[in-house]
Design a protein around this ligand. Structure first.
Ligand SMILES: Cc1cc2nc3c(=O)[nH]c(=O)nc-3n(C[C@H](O)[C@H](O)[C@H](O)COP(=O)(O)OP(=O)(O)OC[C@H]3O[C@@H](n4cnc5c(N)ncnc54)[C@H](O)[C@@H]3O)c2cc1C
Length: 420
């Protein structure tokens, strides 16, 4: 791919955006009571609206991809431009100045599944899926958690049994975000129960529309249903859809989890909503702008989100430049959820009872979606406690959590409702 200077790239991106999107009014000031007051952490709409938004998101990614802007740092072979990470940042900064469709549908597929296919997939899966994923034609989801295996993921029980050139998958996954609109899923299954629990696992890519796959929505306390239970009943998966070697699925899972933590930590979730203007105007509106404690706490929040943003930027650059994300990236996710919890507490104190009942007052009850969504963020992608364990063990070098049995065969462990 020919080299391109940052200035020429900027011109290319701006002409693409000018031709295909409407510029945002960057001068527009935040005015209390005007526009949308939505601050929800999860995109919760009806299935009809979700389908329309997905179609818009796919249209936008296809436009980007076809213009050569779909995977800036990726390999040319899969439609990438092989540009440095700084060009991704440049693109994102420029795109943020325009009104574009919500593309959060792709965050799991592109943030976690695609990097795992790239690192561990066969040529067949790379050829078949990577372009489609970056073009927005193929949406991916992550099928890791089970009713008896979340934090302790290696206790999972979904089984994959070899049958010639195929595998037969049977079991149940849970909390699968976006399964309802996904085309493929990255699944980790047990392939040898006679090995210790981290050793008998294998990763696969599964077709979410294959016979035997059943997706059932789960309703959350926020009111929406953005994640699901997924049942597998003798689902056939070709061997060339295996990720990594047989019984090496733990390494595959770790690649995905590290990318997950980095992308959750680095994502704008919460940070964008904590816009100072919104919070400052809230204090002014309720006559609290002179309250010394609230002022001090607001400044503290601003500092916390800003520090986290810069640390995440450093971490993301590392990933985008092709280096493996390290365990220290777990601090990014931890910082985000700590900051979101602090923001939730702050807003709850400022709004008081207004956050409990919907009085129709602008900018008040809408925060309940944020407050009720925050605990989910503290659990998704590794709970705060598990993140602390990882930081303690791998960053600070403290002794390992004694709970992990790395020697006993899985079949001899007393795990949940184990049937194997
Ligand atoms: C919004 C959301 C989206 C999700 N999306 C997906 C998805 O797309 N795909 C997917 O596969 N999964 C998904 N999950 C599942 C998520 O990965 C699990 O919920 C998470 O790993 C925790 O597992 P668990 O729910 O089984 O809780 P458990 O592991 O049972 O944990 C229960 C409690 O015990 C604590 N705990 C557990 N082990 C330890 C330990 N060793 N030391 C200290 N404390 C401990 C935990 O911190 C927690 O407080 C999602 C979850 C949420 C909330």
């Amino acid at each position: 791919m020919a080299e391109i200077t940052e200035a020429a790239f900027r011109d290319e991106v701006v002409s693409f955006l000018d031709a295909n999107a409407t510029p945002r009014d960057l001068e527009q000031k935040f005015v209390w009571g005007e526009g949308s007051d939505a601050v929800a952490l999860f995109d919760e709409t009806s299935r009809e609206v979700e389908q329309k938004q997905l179609a818009e998101a796919k249209r936008w990614r296809a436009l980007r991809y076809d213009a050569g802007l779909g995977w800036l740092s990726g390999p040319e072979q899969y439609g990438g431009r092989e540009l440095p990470a700084s060009y991704e940042r440049l693109y994102n900064g420029l795109e943020a100045r325009y009104v574009t469709p919500n593309t959060s549908f792709f965050s799991i597929g592109l943030g976690m599944v695609a990097p795992t296919i790239h690192a561990h997939g066969t040529d067949a899966t790379k050829d078949r899926y990577l372009k489609g994923m970056y073009r927005g034609d193929v949406v991916g989801c992550q099928l890791f958690s089970e009713p008896g295996a979340g934090s302790d993921l290696a206790s999972l029980q979904a089984r994959a049994v070899r049958d010639g050139d195929e595998w037969l998958i049977t079991g149940q996954k849970v909390w699968t975000s976006g399964a309802q609109y996904s085309d493929i899923g990255e699944i980790i299954c047990r392939t040898d129960p006679d090995l210790p629990k981290h050793k008998g696992l294998t990763g696969f890519l599964v077709d979410m529309n294959a016979p035997g796959v059943e997706v059932r929505p789960l309703r959350q306390m926020t009111g929406g249903a953005t994640f699901n239970e997924v049942f597998y009943n003798d689902v056939r998966v070709p061997d060339d859809h295996r990720l990594g070697d047989v019984n090496q699925g733990w390494t595959v899972a770790l690649t995905t989890l590290m990318n997950e933590r980095a992308s959750i930590g680095a994502g704008g979730i919460g940070g964008g909503l904590a816009s100072m203007a919104r919070l400052v105007e809230m204090l002014r509106h309720f006559g609290l702008a002179d309250d010394p404690v609230l002022r001090q706490e607001l400044a503290d929040l601003h500092i916390r989100f800003t520090v986290a943003r810069y640390s995440n930027q450093r971490a993301l650059d590392k990933i985008r430049s092709g280096q493996l994300p390290g365990p220290e990236l777990s601090t990014a996710k931890l910082a985000l959820t700590q900051n979101m919890t602090a923001l939730s507490d702050y807003v709850s104190r400022v709004l008081g009872p207004r956050i409990i009942a919907d009085t129709g007052e602008w900018g008040t009850w809408s925060w309940s979606k944020f407050v009720l969504g925050t605990p989910g963020m503290r659990i998704a992608g590794g709970s705060d406690e598990v993140m602390r364990n990882i930081v303690a063990e791998r960053v600070l070098g403290l002794p390992k959590d004694p709970g992990i049995d790395s020697k006993t065969p899985f079949s001899e462990l007393k795990v949940g409702t184990q049937t194997s």
